[in-house]
Design a binder for this molecule. Structure first.
Ligand SMILES: Cc1cc2nc3c(=O)[nH]c(=O)nc-3n(C[C@H](O)[C@H](O)[C@H](O)COP(=O)(O)OP(=O)(O)OC[C@H]3O[C@@H](n4cnc5c(N)ncnc54)[C@H](O)[C@@H]3O)c2cc1C
Length: 417
């Protein structure tokens, strides 16, 4: 399951295989003069999971990169700014995302191993399923085909292995032993710090919508600073519709999402790794994490919330949601029936019409790339999306149709989970 870069980009790219390899150089061995602060080869706007990893791969390939962000890397407003994100391989029949996740896991593990505090916890991921559930059966078939390590568990095995769960109607499951949890905010901030130490330029500033068409020479921040480059990547996550209102306001839909952290009894290890895995119940649109770094047991709905403005939206969960979540927790984990709520978070998904990512050129600018549409499942893919985007920029070939702007509809109809 150790998918290498070459295999990953080749199998993902529809049609053309890669020309030149962008993975020429390791961080820390940059050519003299990289960190001059003068014009860059590439300006990446947005230092979330997608932008930061794209900057990383472009820099690795020997290019001079400037990263700009309005609020700072993985700020409280960014989609990548949450405490934790799941990395799983299961995507039903959507092999493209299983392959991406496999490649991303290799890169996340390498990255985490470079840091003293783990950024990836191999908690395992448990996918809870019902009899004849097509998505879960398709996941099994994809795992068999691609060689993803997994265990199929029947109801009795689930009960034995995970006595802290009340399984309800779930009567089988798939356990991904190598998957787990990424510490999202810390990971992206560490990645940016690492890049800065090796020559990537970073500046804080809100980039204005580029005007005109043809070749973009520079971008300008609201503070009036201009940044020149040969290529520009706009990886603005849920802000993409604001930055490109004409193009994207009907194609990317930011929705309000809530997350809750509950506290187990003192000394109760049933809700921490290794006893408790990260888990998802797709049929019930709910997922959760064990207690990671003593922050509490996280649980959240994977159901699109209402429209949300990432700049001005307030990040306090609704009182009604707290009551609902308490009921869900009591039903799922009887021992947490009276568990205190330790923390809540409000974040936003940046959904495309069906959940496919957006990686494509801007139709009006020859040297501008649009990158986003993580749609509630993008974080895990960050390293692979960055690698793919860097390769596409450098080779100049066409993009995977599922990532193209042309396939982004104007009506939300989710099909990628
Ligand atoms: C509650 C929640 C749970 C999730 N769970 C998972 C999960 O378990 N697993 C998973 O894989 N994914 C998950 N996701 C999805 C994932 O977090 C996102 O898809 C991913 O983080 C998106 O990254 P991004 O870089 O595209 O966007 P962001 O992280 O939002 O980054 C965009 C950046 O662009 C900057 N920016 C915007 N406009 C401008 C401008 N004009 N000028 C300069 N900078 C600008 C912003 O400040 C921001 O830092 C979840 C998301 C949420 C909200």
């Amino acid at each position: 399951m150790n998918l290498q870069r070459r295999d990953f980009v080749k199998t993902l790219a529809s049609g053309a295989a890669l020309g030149s390899s962008p993975s020429g150089r390791a961080l820390g061995r940059e050519a003299p003069g990289v960190n001059t602060g003068q014009g860059s080869d590439v300006v990446v706007v947005g230092a979330g999971a997608f932008g930061a990893w794209t900057a990383y791969h472009l820099h690795q390939a020997g290019h001079k990169v400037t990263l700009l962000d309005a609020y700072g890397p993985s700020s409280d407003r960014a989609s990548s700014g949450g405490e934790s994100r799941i990395i799983r391989m299961g995507y039903a029949a959507d092999e493209i995302y299983t392959r991406m996740a496999m490649r991303a896991l290799v890169l996340w593990k390498e990255f985490s191993a470079r840091h003293d505090d783990p950024l990836f916890y191999p908690t395992g991921v448990l996918l809870l399923a019902r009899e004849n559930e097509p998505g879960s059966l398709a996941t099994l078939a994809t795992f068999e085909k691609l060689g993803v390590k997994h265990h199929k568990l029947n109801r009795r095995e689930l009960e034995q292995n995970y006595p802290q769960f009340a399984l309800g109607t779930a009567n089988w499951g798939i356990f991904e032993p190598e998957s787990g949890a990424l510490m999202a905010r810390r990971a992206i901030q560490s990645l940016v710090r690492e890049m800065l130490a090796h020559g990537v330029q970073y500046a804080q500033g809100a980039v204005s919508t580029p005007a005109g068409s043809g070749r973009l020479e520079s971008v300008r921040t609201s503070a009036g600073e201009a940044y020149q480059a040969d290529v520009f990547v706009f990886a603005c996550g849920p802000w993409l519709p604001k930055v490109f209102p004409n193009l994207l306001s009907q194609r990317i839909f930011p929705t309000r999402q809530e997350a809750f952290f509950f506290g187990a009894l003192a000394g109760d290890s049933r809700f921490s790794p290794p006893a408790m895995p990260t888990w998802i119940d797709f049929a019930d649109e709910i997922y959760g994490f064990p207690d990671l770094e003593n922050r509490g047991i996280k649980i959240s709905r994977d159901r699109h919330g209402v429209a949300f403005d990432p700049d001005t939206g307030e990040r306090i969960v609704a009182a009604g949601s707290i009551a609902t979540m308490r009921q869900i927790v009591a039903r799922r984990f009887p021992a947490l029936k009276d568990a205190p709520l330790l923390e809540t978070r409000v974040c936003q998904y940046e959904n495309t019409s069906n959940g496919d990512f957006l990686v494509d050129r801007h139709p009006d600018f020859s040297n501008v790339w649009l990158l986003g549409g993580g749609s509630g499942h993008g974080f895990k893919h960050g390293p692979a999306v960055g690698e793919y985007t860097a390769a596409k920029i450098l080779e100049g070939s066409g993009v995977e149709p599922r990532f193209s702007l042309a396939t982004k509809g104007t009506v939300q109809k989710r099909s990628v989970y």
